[in-house]
Design a protein. Structure first.
Length: 79
């Protein structure tokens, strides 16, 4: 695979290597790909959490909730 970089991208890579954080352009690309992968996993989890939150909101809107005392009473009963 061949990748063409802009002058700004090449400068960015050179600066990171000069700082001593990376030993090669390949290490920088590898790190970037890992970050993309992590971002995609995070976004997937975020979608799932938003769905779960919406389920809770819908339950509240339908009145399917317990007040604080009822929750604590149930917890104490389980001891």
């Amino acid at each position: 695979m061949t990748v063409t970089l802009t002058a700004e991208q090449e400068q960015f890579i050179a600066e990171r290597m000069n700082r001593g954080g990376y030993s090669s352009p390949e290490k920088i690309v590898d790190e970037g790909l890992k970050l993309i992968h992590a971002k995609e996993e995070y976004q997937g989890r975020l979608v799932e959490l938003r769905r779960e939150i919406q389920i809770g909101i819908d339950q509240v809107n339908r009145g399917e909730v317990l007040d604080r005392e009822a929750v604590f009473d149930r917890l104490l009963e389980k001891k």
